[in-house]
Each structure stands twice: as structure tokens, then as C-alpha cells.
Design a protein around this ligand. Structure first.
Ligand SMILES: NC(=O)C1=CN([C@@H]2O[C@H](COP(=O)(O)OP(=O)(O)OC[C@H]3O[C@@H](n4cnc5c(N)ncnc54)[C@H](OP(=O)(O)O)[C@@H]3O)[C@@H](O)[C@H]2O)C=CC1
Ligand SMILES: O=C1O[C@H](COP(=O)(O)O)[C@@H](O)[C@H](O)[C@H]1O
Length: 497
């Protein structure tokens, strides 16, 4: 990675889960590589009345597993400042403006500023309006705003937010972050397609039977009940991460891999995704909520017993669905998606299941290309070979590749990559408003259908792969979810390099 330009980062939501788990560790990795050198400063803000010292202790804790040396840690921490601040209070922005100007001088930051809104989307509009009113963004350098997903809570709120934002920042300075776009194997999707004629020549309904996208999490809602109970899996994962991955798989490949061409391709793919009416939602989508259960000999509470969750909550912690893409390339190919909390393991994978078109169909199994996104990173292709000593049966053969742990350790983490892109002004791996708007149109009708449905919410026990309805959904199309735990492959030597 290149050295970045000097920058002042203003982090809204500095006491939150995202900041602690992902952002501070990513800042430190960039610092260690001297991408962030001495010319940077961070102002963290949230309501909690923390001091600079306490803020620095929290950050030290967040980076502890990277084993910093004492001099390294103190050199890093001295760049962090904390300002207690309610985003609704206009007077605080004056204090922020003064601190920003002071740090700008002290660290010679050339007026370059980045505003990272690591908060619930309902706060975004008022923050940017206040930043403008307090003239914080009136500097000679760049002023870039970074917004966490979900961008809005539905199409209407997202559209309103988009208008508020563009009154303050030009589109080129708006970075809507979707951290999955910073993950190594997601970035690999277009390369895999564009550089392997073996794959791209088969990449259509002529040869592909179905596509499966699984984003499984073993964690529950943890301490994020306040946010999650208002959001649910559909808006937390499907509207953004899953539809982004679907668009990369389904888009037409541009002749030139430029930011604008990739975006145009993704938007076109999203526009071809069928928008369901209520009856079609019932036919093609299922939801579920986890109840108490056990996983690896540990007992877990049900979702309704989690902190800050409504004991009567109808929020879904699991979604499975079948998307259909109405264009020449994909007509008739189901794109199955599923995501959930408290499933059997953490595992993000894509399976491309090919049609069995061989003359020997009776003894051949379907070829499957699997893209392993996390925790294992790699891909595999399952083929059929002759069974030993038997001419008339086949044995499955898996060609597989995975990044080894040394390579993974040297590969930048998603947030590290994306923060670097923001500071260097590269928007390729961020979502444009057109993509966000279309994703909301797709998801809104699903949400509305569910909101009008007062049937009991399907449940699944913690430690399982979701409600029975999710298995029935694919079975009624004659398919089944392709899933084996990572350990299954590793134990059989199938995922070794
Ligand atoms: N956590 C994760 O793994 C991921 C989260 N995200 C996204 O990041 C965003 C934040 O999520 P997360 O960190 O988990 O949420 P948290 O609930 O942990 O954090 C919310 C933050 O907002 C602050 N806050 C809330 N109200 C106010 C207010 N009125 N004025 C000032 N500060 C306020 C809180 O601080 P205080 O209480 O001190 O005011 C806290 O720092 C969400 O949009 C989420 O979708 C995206 C990817 C992953
Ligand atoms: O955006 C989110 O993503 C995380 C999962 O991210 P990962 O990188 O750990 O796979 C999810 O837990 C969270 O609910 C959601 O807001």
C-alpha cells in the first residue's frame, strides 16, 4: 500500500462495537506499515464522557492482539483525541471545529479531512448538516464522508438522506462503505471471471443450474441488540452485502475494469433482479429467529432473551430466499441466498452449481465451483473421475486452492484496505447511490410483505442452519443447499494447498 496523504479523521460512534472491533485495529495496521505516518490525527466522538486517556486505553485494548511494542503503541495512541458529543447538539460542533483546526496545525494535515459515521443511519443527515453549518468542511484540503451501511432504513429514507448528503458533499467525496467489498475473495470474483475463459464461457443459464450465497454467523446479536432489533437480517445483511455479491456474480463483464464501468454493470444486474409482490415474497423468501440452543457444548440464550432486545420481538435473525434475474443471461437460474446469526459456524461461501449436461448424466454429479470467502479463503472445483477399478461409476474429485495462513496474515483486512482507499480517494470498492437505491427497491417489498404478515415467526434453535422452511424453499425447486463445515474439507485434505 502507498503512503497516504496527511489526514484528520473525525470518527462519530467512537465508543461503538464497529470502532473497537474493526476500525482501531485497521488504523493500527496502517500505522505499522507507515501508510498512516506522523501526519494524521483522529478525533473520536460519542456521548460517553470519556477522557483522551480513557479513549487511548480502549484503543490499546482493541489492538492488543497485534502485540504492539511499547514505543509503537504510545507513538500510535498519541494521535487520538476524544470529544464527548451528542450529534443532535449544535454547540458541540463549534468545539469540534476548534479542536480540528488545532490538530490540523499541530500535525500539518493540509486541511484534509475524513468524517467517518460509524453510527445508526438515522443520525447521518443531521451530522452532515451540522458539519456544514459549523464550517468544519470549509478547508483547503479534501473533505470526504464515510457512511456505514445500511444507508437509510428503506428506499424513501435513503433517498432523503442522499439528497441531504449531496447538498453538503459532491458524490465523489461520499464513500458508502460495504466492508465485504474489501474482502480478498470478494475482490477476486471479477478477476476469476475475467481471466478464466473456462469459467466465463459457462457463466450463464445455459450451463449454470443455480447459484448459492451463504453468509453464516455463529455469533448471536451480542451487545448490539439496540441496533439489531430495529434492523433485522434482511436490512443488516441482504440489502447490502448479499446484493453486492450477487451483483458481482451476475453482472456483464465490462471491457475495461474502471470504477464507472463496474458500477454500471452492477446497477444493470440489480435492475434485472425481480421485485416481488406479497404473494411472491411468501413463495420465495423465509425468515426465522433463533431460540435457545447449544453449539460446541456451550448453551446459548434465545434472541428474545438477549440484552436490549424486545422480549416480544418479531425481528428476523435469519433470512433465506430465492432471487430471480430477468435478463437473457440468467433467466431461469435461481440465486439462493441465506444469512443468519447463531448458525452452526461462521462461514461465507458462494457455490456455483453447474447443470449436468453429460451423456453419462446418470453416473456424474453436478460440477460445483465454490468460492470460500471466510474464514477459509480460496476456491474449489468439483469434477467427476473414474472410480478406481470400476469403469461404470465415478468418484468426485475436488481441485482446490486456499490461501495459506502466512499469505492470509500478509493480506490486508477489509477495513484496512477500504480506509486506505478512502484516504487515497479510490471509490471503486464503495457503493454508489444507484446501487443502494435499487437494493432498497428489491428489499422494501419483502419487508412490507413480512410486516403485514402476522403469522407466528418461524424459529430455529441456536446452533442449527436455520428453520426447516429454508431447506424446503430450495427442495421445492429440486435443489439442496451445498454445505459442509470447513473442518470437513480440511480433515480430508481437500482444502490444503
Ligand atoms: N459492528 C459491526 O460488526 C458492524 C457494524 N456496521 C455498521 O456500523 C454502524 C455502527 O454499528 P455498531 O458500532 O455496531 O453500533 P453500536 O451501537 O455499538 O455503536 C453506536 C455508536 O453511536 C454512538 N451514539 C449513539 N447515539 C448517539 C448520539 N445521540 N450522539 C452521539 N453518539 C451516539 C454510541 O456511543 P454513545 O453511546 O457513547 O453515545 C456508539 O459509539 C451501524 O450502521 C452498523 O450497521 C457495519 C459493519 C459491521
Ligand atoms: O455488516 C455486518 O457484518 C457483520 C459480519 O461481518 P464479518 O466481516 O464479521 O463477516 C455482522 O455480524 C453484522 O451484524 C453486520 O452489521
Amino acid at each position: 500500500m502507498n503512503n497516504s496523504e496527511p489526514v484528520l479523521m473525525m470518527l462519530f460512534g467512537a465508543t461503538g462495537d464497529l470502532a473497537k472491533r474493526k476500525l482501531y485495529p485497521a488504523f493500527f495496521r496502517l500505522f505499522r506499515q507507515q501508510v498512516l505516518n506522523n501526519h494524521f490525527a483522529v478525533i473520536g466522538t460519542a456521548r460517553r464522557p470519556w477522557s483522551d486517556d480513557h479513549f487511548r486505553e480502549v484503543i490499546a485494548d482493541a489492538i492488543a492482539d497485534q502485540n504492539p511494542t511499547e514505543p509503537e503503541q504510545s507513538a500510535f495512541l498519541q494521535h487520538f483525541y476524544y470529544q464527548s458529543h451528542d450529534v443532535g447538539d449544535a454547540s458541540h460542533y463549534q468545539t469540534l471545529a476548534k479542536l480540528a483546526d488545532k490538530l490540523d496545525q499541530q500535525y500539518q494535515l493540509a486541511g484534509n479531512r475524513m468524517y467517518y459515521l460509524a453510527m445508526a443511519p438515522r443520525f447521518f443527515g443531521q451530522i452532515v448538516t451540522q458539519l456544514k453549518a459549523a464550517k468544519i468542511i470549509d478547508t483547503a484540503g479534501f473533505n470526504r464522508v464515510v457512511l456505514e451501511k445500511p444507508f437509510g432504513t428503506d428506499y424513501e429514507s435513503a433517498n432523503k438522506l442522499s439528497q441531504e448528503l449531496t447538498q453538503v458533499f459532491p458524490e465523489k467525496d461520499i464513500f458508502r462503505i460495504d466492508h465485504y467489498l474489501g474482502k480478498e475473495m470478494i475482490q477476486n470474483i471479477l478477476t476469476l471471471r475475467a481471466t478464466n475463459s473456462l469459467l466465463e464461457s459457462q457463466w450463464s443459464n445455459q450451463y449454470i443450474d443455480n447459484v448459492q450465497i451463504t453468509f453464516a454467523e455463529a455469533l448471536g446479536v451480542e451487545q448490539r441488540g439496540g441496533y439489531y432489533d430495529q434492523t433485522g437480517a434482511l436490512k443488516d445483511m441482504v440489502q447490502n452485502h448479499i446484493l453486492q455479491v450477487l451483483s458481482l456474480l451476475a453482472m456483464e463483464l465490462p471491457t475495461k475494469m474502471s470504477e464507472a464501468a463496474i458500477r454500471t454493470g452492477k446497477v444493470a444486474a440489480l435492475k434485472a433482479v425481480r421485485i416481488y409482490n406479497a404473494a411472491e415474497v411468501a413463495e420465495n423468501f423465509v425468515r426465522g429467529q433463533y431460540t435457545a440452543g447449544s453449539l460446541n457444548n456451550a448453551q446459548f440464550a434465545g434472541y428474545r432473551e438477549e440484552p436490549a432486545v424486545d422480549p416480544q420481538s418479531r425481528t428476523e435473525t435469519f433470512v433465506a430466499g430465492k432471487f430471480q434475474i430477468d435478463n437473457e443471461r440468467w433467466q431461469g437460474v435461481p440465486f439462493y441466498v441465506r444469512t443468519g446469526k447463531r448458525l452452526t459456524e461462521k462461514g461465507t461461501r458462494i457455490n456455483i452449481v453447474f447443470k449436468n449436461l453429460t451423456a453419462n448424466a446418470a453416473i456424474a454429479t453436478q460440477n460445483i465451483l465454490t468460492i470460500y470467502i471466510q474464514p477459509t479463503e480460496g476456491f474449489s472445483l468439483s469434477l467427476n473421475g473414474k472410480a478406481l477399478d470400476n469403469q461404470s461409476t465415478t468418484t468426485p474429485i475436488r481441485l482446490s486452492y486456499r490461501h495459506d495462513s502466512q499469505m492470509m496474515a500478509n493480506t490486508p483486512e477489509a477495513y484496512e484496505r477500504l480506509l486506505h482507499d478512502i484516504i487515497t480517494g479510490d471509490a471503486t470498492n464503495f457503493t454508489h447511490w444507484d446501487e443502494v437505491a435499487q437494493s432498497w427497491r428489491i428489499v422494501d417489498t419483502i419487508r412490507q410483505a413480512w410486516d403485514q404478515d402476522d403469522q407466528p415467526l418461524p424459529t430455529y434453535a441456536a446452533g442449527t442452519m436455520g428453520p426447516k422452511a429454508a431447506f424446503d424453499l430450495v427442495a421445492k425447486n429440486g435443489n439442496q443447499w451445498i454445505w459442509q463445515p470447513d473442518t470437513w474439507f480440511v480433515e480430508r485434505g481437500l482444502l490444503n494447498r
